[in-house]
Design a binder for this molecule. Structure first.
Ligand code: IMP
Ligand code: MG
Length: 179
């Protein structure tokens, strides 16, 4: 571990092996629930790209992917609830079965905005699959159909999640020290 990592990366909250096993189950559940529905997986960039890549390879039914890139104004580490779409979908979701794939749900404000925006486009169904759920931090209620892990209210990095664009490459999810 580099000196920088030693100063920054704390306790591993979810190991590589725990993620691997859980993603297999999530893929299986989605494959059963969406049989013959050709779901569209909408990955929220940038954090969800690692999770989405693993999840999709554990789905055994036909499915498609697209991406939505959003930014939240305000402090880098805290959601302001004011969200802007930076890059929109290429797919027309009207009449489609859509699964939003998120890395983490914290206050719920980002996801709430995304769901409201997508709902206006009249998908046939709209559900969420989130790798991590920081339940205690919720300010806006959002319903999550699939959750990988519920974690405590700590700032975490790895497996796609960043702290100021760093540490996305870690194969596990770890708490950040002295954020
Ligand atoms: P929310 O709007 O507060 O739910 O924040 C959701 C977004 O904030 C996520 O999509 C992440 O990009 C980011 N975020 C929230 N908590 C963390 C964390 O612990 N580590 C890294 N990013 C986080
Ligand atoms: Mg994010």
């Amino acid at each position: 571990m580099s000196k920088e990592a030693k100063n920054k990366i704390g306790e591993i909250l979810v190991t590589r092996e725990q993620i691997r096993k859980r993603v297999i189950v999530l893929g299986k559940n989605i494959s059963q629930d969406y049989k013959d529905k050709n779901p569209l997986l909408v990955g929220i960039l940038r954090g969800a790209f690692v999770f989405l890549a693993d999840l999709m390879r554990n789905i055994t039914i036909p499915c498609e992917i697209d991406f939505l890139s959003v930014t939240s104004y305000g402090l880098a580490s805290e959601s302001s609830g004011i969200v802007r779409i930076v890059q929109d979908l290429n797919t027309n979701i009207k009449g489609r079965h859509v699964i939003v794939v998120e890395d983490i749900v914290d206050s719920g404000q980002t996801l709430n905005y995304i769901l409201n925006t997508l709902q206006q486009r009249k998908p046939k169904s709209l559900n969420v699959c989130a790798l991590l759920d920081k339940k205690e931090a919720r300010k806006t209620e959002v319903s999550l159909k699939y959750v990988g892990f519920t974690i405590p209210k700590k700032f975490v990095v790895g497996y796609g999640l960043d702290c100021a664009e760093k540490w996305r490459h870690l194969p596990y999810v770890a708490a950040v020290l002295n954020k």
